[in-house]
Design a protein around this ligand. Structure first.
Ligand SMILES: Cc1cc2nc3c(=O)[nH]c(=O)nc-3n(C[C@H](O)[C@H](O)[C@H](O)COP(=O)(O)OP(=O)(O)OC[C@H]3O[C@@H](n4cnc5c(N)ncnc54)[C@H](O)[C@@H]3O)c2cc1C
Length: 427
């Protein structure tokens, strides 16, 4: 007689929920997924934009070749080929105030000899200044990134500041120093091979989301229930007993398991007894449809912009997409004002004729793009397990030790799946 598997219910079909579902399905379980929206992917998704007549991502997402959870997840769902990996770890930059251009060129191997070559590092920087990265490793829980570096040095404005804002979506004055260390350890410790920029071949959904849904369907897992918002969690002191969605109620049997893979605000509304980070930071993305496709220097996937509102420029065919992180103030502006501010910067960066008129655009404001990655928030990141024996948490904001990124979200899903498998004797 086949053994009946315990029921597992995953609420939230973002990357954390999907990564968890895939790992559980690999172990023979058939998790049920519930999602409030009409699609999976959460903060990492693509859609067709009628104004641009193109497929766009909600925001540019950069992952690196050395992101092990990302690579593992793509291998799990058979989508490794959907993520393009740049041949070189080179990242070009432009200072829009002066027009100066440079390219950061880490070498491929482990020993960072590139730091000793002037034309591979940030202009006007010294080798010893990069050693300040070690301060991140030794940073206490309250240390902020700006305290670790000399803000008067060009390296700060050209490297530490853009890197911090891009990775932590939080200004260096408030961002927690110890959270940048895992990424620095990858960039400097594992060598350029681990720091190759990656981008979706077509779009975020086609790389990260659709293959996962197809993979789960092929293993007879139930299709996700969309438009299914969790409204309440019925619980005793130590057990979840039921999930109340707007249109249905799911009773959780004693051996049933629940994973909440929701953003922190969702959890605090449902379960105030669980501590969560309280503040979030916005990311603004501006997509412009160019008259003709353009390319970046060295065919790089992205261009760093210094001394401007724009921070990173990505090109995909004739779509130029600009990311501005830690953008709470900018996000209060109208789409027209934002586009009018950014377009001249992008035209200059792409070397277009001065006065090239504003092309069709789409501004995407993600007001709660990530939690504010400050020391105060870090102390409020809960682990996978909760005081409820059958309730597990996943999401980029849970305590993965990593920044709130795709890598962190997937890792959190894997951790929730591992905890469940252990608890049912399959781990
Ligand atoms: C604009 C932008 C740019 C980014 N850039 C990068 C980048 O360059 N590199 C990188 O690694 N990361 C980046 N990130 C972060 C990355 O997108 C996230 O870390 C990741 O997508 C989080 O996944 P998650 O599953 O934890 O959460 P989410 O994607 O938020 O998933 C949670 C899901 O739960 C659903 N939900 C919420 N409430 C309920 C409810 N009550 N009932 C049912 N369902 C509910 C939501 O609809 C959502 O689908 C970026 C994020 C944004 C927004």
């Amino acid at each position: 007689m086949t053994k009946v598997q315990p029921s597992v219910h995953i609420v939230g079909a973002g990357l954390a929920g999907l990564a968890c579902a895939v790992r559980l399905a690999q172990a023979g379980l058939k998790p049920a997924l519930y999602e409030a929206a009409d699609h999976a992917g959460g903060r990492c998704r693509s859609y067709f934009d009628p104004a641009l007549d193109r497929l766009i991502d909600n925001g540019n997402h950069l992952v690196l070749s050395g992101n092990v959870a990302v690579q593992g997840y793509l291998a799990d769902i058979g989508a490794t080929d959907e993520l393009l990996i740049a041949p070189e770890p080179a990242i070009p930059f432009i200072d829009l105030r002066t027009g100066q251009r440079w390219t950061l060129r880490p070498n491929q191997g482990r020993f960072p000899w590139w730091l000793f070559l002037k034309d591979r590092r940030v202009p006007d920087s010294r080798v010893y200044e990069y050693l300040a990265a070690l301060k991140l490793a030794l940073a206490g829980p309250e240390t902020r990134i700006a305290e670790c570096f000399d803000a008067k040095k060009p390296l700060y404005e050209r490297f530490w500041e853009p890197l911090t804002i891009a990775i932590l979506n939080t200004s260096p004055q408030t961002a927690a120093a110890r959270l940048l260390w895992p990424v620095m350890a990858l960039l400097f410790g594992k060598g350029g091979k681990a720091a190759l920029p990656c981008q979706p071949r077509e779009g975020l959904s086609q790389t990260f989301i659709d293959p996962a849904l197809a993979w789960l369907a092929a293993r007879d897992c139930p299709a996700p229930s969309f438009y299914t918002r969790l409204k309440a969690v019925e619980r005793t002191n130590d057990q979840v007993k039921g999930l109340d969605f707007a249109s249905q109620r799911i009773n959780i049997p004693t051996d049933g398991k629940v994973v909440l893979a929701l953003p922190p605000a969702g959890i605090s509304g449902l379960l105030p007894e669980i501590t969560t980070p309280e503040k979030s930071c916005a990311i603004v993305n501006a997509h412009f449809r160019l008259q003709t496709p353009c390319a970046l220097p060295d065919d790089a996937y992205l261009l760093g912009l210094v001394g401007a509102t724009s921070q990173w420029l990505f090109l995909r065919g004739d779509i130029a997409s600009v990311t501005i992180s830690a953008a709470d103030d900018l996000a209060t502006e109208s789409a027209e004002i934002i586009a009018g501010k950014i377009w001249p910067e992008i035209a200059t960066a792409l070397g277009l004729t001065a006065g090239t008129p504003l092309p069709p655009f789409r501004i995407v404001k993600e007001k709660r793009a990530t939690f504010a990655q400050t020391p105060a928030s870090l102390s409020r990141r809960p682990g996978t397990r909760t005081r409820f024996t059958n309730l597990y948490l996943a999401g980029d904001w849970t305590d993965t030790g990593l920044p709130a990124t795709i890598e962190g979200a997937i890792l959190s899903g894997h951790k929730a799946a591992a905890a469940i498998l252990k608890d049912i004797g399959k781990g």
